[in-house]
Design a binder for this molecule. Structure first.
Ligand SMILES: Cc1cc2nc3c(=O)[nH]c(=O)nc-3n(C[C@H](O)[C@H](O)[C@H](O)COP(=O)(O)O)c2cc1C
Length: 460
């Protein structure tokens, strides 16, 4: 496609330093798992990302250790530091990069979350973001007073109410009002937020970006509509080119239906990038990362999660087990990657696929976990990313480092200059806030003068 034929010939790519929790080379081959709790490693990653003019850091969340066959497992990252505490530290050693935390609306309290997020936003000079998730499992719920699972529709209803309260609290402190100033201390200057029969008061003034930037992650029609109504960014799963284009078009339609401009939201799927001196060098590195990520033990764990019992003696380079899954012990609450609540059906589908394609157990698991990655020379990867961005398929990437703590080095040193040469990447931060650097308008909830502060009429 010639440059002038693109839907957005002048669009620019945003990079986000992302840390997921699936099976990953990054944690399995790091000098030790302790690197996840080592501040020096986080600082190095954050400062490298900022040197590479990344728009933001972006952390996923999981609030409970995972289980496999009834026992705590280390097949995925074990434990995660509290994101806002980590970001408070990282804000002190960075200047411009954004700090987007994934926090759920199902198990948190709005006033508490509003205050903690506003604290990071104010202390970082307006660099905070909130990836609003609903968290869809009861094994996370077990760690919270609210407990258990909440049905899908209820989760989104609850999320809308939670978010409305948080935004009302953020908006209730008048812009420019300073403690000590007469306009601030007079009764009624600070607005009270009424939520049901309860009252809440704001804790902090707004940061230079007004309020944290809102992201959303959830892909059902309800999730997409929630994003179209409230969010300014979305963490998506769609990266195959046509699927990404279709997803973007669907979201733009929903934005317009929600009364917003169709360029009001940034789309960030997650991926990895593997660079090499030649295409074949890059391909070899990608295969090496894949093999290092998918140890025999991890391959077996994916199958065990469906079959429901230990398969230690089953060779991973042979066919799937001939026996059927042990149905009774397998439920979605086990919380291991790829868990299924319909083991017999999943096993039948996997067998059919493996037989049709002649897959061993390992080949099947690799096939099922095959995600779109950008593998090539800096120049070929930059060309491909420019195509995605200019066609309007994506706005940014949640980029997983391939190793810790040096995982962003080659992207920053080799890919970023190639993207800049093509005019598809910034050469300096445009501003000091995350909102400014993502090219966003004021938050949806703050657009209209005299925005609503009261989320529900106070009952008598
Ligand atoms: C790309 C993506 C990333 C997500 N990341 C998280 C996460 O880090 N933590 C979390 O608790 N839930 C996460 N979720 C779960 C969602 O918040 C939501 O509960 C789930 O996707 C079910 O909603 P849906 O049917 O609208 O997709 C993620 C969902 C998607 C699609």
């Amino acid at each position: 496609m010639a440059a002038q034929e693109y839907a957005r010939p002048h669009a620019r790519l945003h990079l986000a330093g992302f840390f997921g929790f699936g099976p990953a080379y990054v944690w399995s081959r790091a000098p030790s798992n302790d690197v996840y709790y080592d501040f020096a490693a986080w600082r190095r990653l954050a400062q490298t990302a900022e040197r590479g003019l990344f728009s933001t850091l972006f952390l996923g969340d999981s609030q409970r250790l995972r289980e496999h066959l009834g026992r705590i497992t280390d097949h995925s990252v074990t434990g995660r530091p509290d994101q806002l505490v980590l970001f408070a530290h990282l804000a002190a050693v960075t200047e411009r990069i954004g700090l987007v935390a994934t926090l759920n609306t199902t198990f948190t309290d709005p006033a508490d979350l509003a205050r903690r997020l506003a604290t990071v936003d104010v202390l970082s000079g307006g660099r905070a973001g909130w990836n609003v998730v609903t968290t869809d499992n009861d094994w996370t719920g077990e760690n919270f007073r609210r407990g258990g699972d909440v049905g899908h529709a209820d989760r989104y209803r609850h999320a809308a109410e939670h978010l409305a309260t948080v935004e009302a609290l953020w908006a209730a402190w008048p812009d420019g009002a300073v403690p000590g100033d007469d306009t601030w201390s007079v009764p009624g200057a600070l607005e009270r937020v009424v939520r049901g029969v309860r009252r809440a008061w704001p804790s902090l003034p707004p940061s230079p970006q007004g309020q944290p930037v809102l992201f959303q992650a959830g892909e059902s029609p309800e999730g997409r509509d929630f994003a179209a109504r409230h969010a300014e960014g979305i963490f998506s799963r769609y990266l195959q080119f046509d699927a990404a284009l279709e997803f973007a078009a669907d979201l733009r339609r929903r934005l317009v239906a929600a009364g917003r401009p169709d360029d009001d939201l940034r789309i960030f799927p997650a991926t990895r990038i593997v660079l090499g001196d030649t295409e074949s060098d890059a391909g070899e590195r990608a295969r090496w990362f894949r093999d290092a990520t998918w140890s025999d033990r991890r391959v077996r764990a994916v199958v065990e999660a469906v079959w429901g019992h230990d398969l230690t003696d089953h060779p991973v380079d042979g066919p799937l087990p001939a026996t059927d899954p042990v149905v009774a012990t397998q439920t979605i609450t086990h919380g291991v990657v790829n868990t299924s609540d319909r083991p017999l059906r999943t096993a039948a589908a996997w067998r059919e696929l493996a037989e049709a394609r002649g897959f061993t157990m390992r080949e099947l698991v690799l096939h099922l976990n095959d995600t779109v990655e950008f593998v090539g020379t800096p120049s070929s990867v930059a060309d491909e990313l420019a195509r995605y961005v200019r066609a309007g398929a994506i706005d940014g990437l949640n980029l997983q480092p391939n190793s810790v703590p040096d995982g962003f080095d080659d992207v920053v040193d080799r890919l970023v200059p190639a993207l800049q040469d093509r005019g598809v990447y910034r050469t300096a931060y445009e501003g000091t806030t995350l909102r400014h650097n993502l090219g966003l308008r004021p938050a949806v909830a703050r657009r209209h003068a005299g925005h609503t502060v009261t989320t529900r009429e106070e009952s008598a």
